[in-house]
Design a binder for this molecule. Structure first.
Ligand code: ADP
Length: 153
């Protein structure tokens, strides 16, 4: 089973969307196997968004992502990276498809509610960036046989 990183950004915290966003992942059948609230430092954000550091809007990302604490989650499931990215929607919330988290809850390119790892490789790196090994819990839910066929797990 894959694991991926989801961050509920300050826009989700400020707008009191934490429960609604987490519920989407739970109702889909994804497992929350790690979760914590934390304040992100500039140093960590420069590493996490290293592909955007040279962009003119990078100071806005720093302001936005340090405005409030965030909630970081490790989400587990079959093909979790791709499934979560699809649920997240495209970067600009105004263009994100209805039914996606960004499409349903946002109006902004920057204040777009969630971060989700964009590949299996990034997910591995990003999970290590935000979680210690002992903060991730690899449990199997009792209903697993009703969530997946035996040849899927
Ligand atoms: P994604 O979060 O969809 O993987 P990126 O990695 O390209 O997208 O960008 C990271 C974050 O930086 C976005 O989620 C958004 O908050 C912000 N961002 C990206 N592009 C812009 C932009 N053109 N203007 C303002 N903020 C942006």
């Amino acid at each position: 089973m894959e694991k991926t990183l989801v961050i509920l950004k300050p826009s989700a915290i400020a707008r009191e969307l934490i429960g609604k966003v987490i519920t989407r992942f739970e109702e889909k059948g994804l497992l929350i196997v790690g979760i914590k609230m934390m304040k992100l430092s500039e140093e960590l954000l420069r590493e996490h968004y290293s592909h955007l550091v040279s962009k003119p809007f990078f100071p806005l990302i720093l302001d936005s992502m340090t405005a409030l604490p965030v909630i970081v989650m490790c989400v587990k499931g079959k093909d979790a990276v791709e499934v979560v990215r699809q649920m997240t929607g495209t970067t600009n919330s105004r263009k994100a498809a209805p039914g996606t988290i960004r499409g349903d809850f946002g109006m902004s390119g920057q204040e777009n509610i969630v971060h989700a790892s964009d590949s299996v490789e990034s997910a591995e790196i990003e999970l290590k960036r935000f979680f210690r090994d002992d903060e991730i819990f690899d449990y199997t839910p009792a209903l697993i046989k009703f969530m997946y066929a035996s040849d899927e797990v």
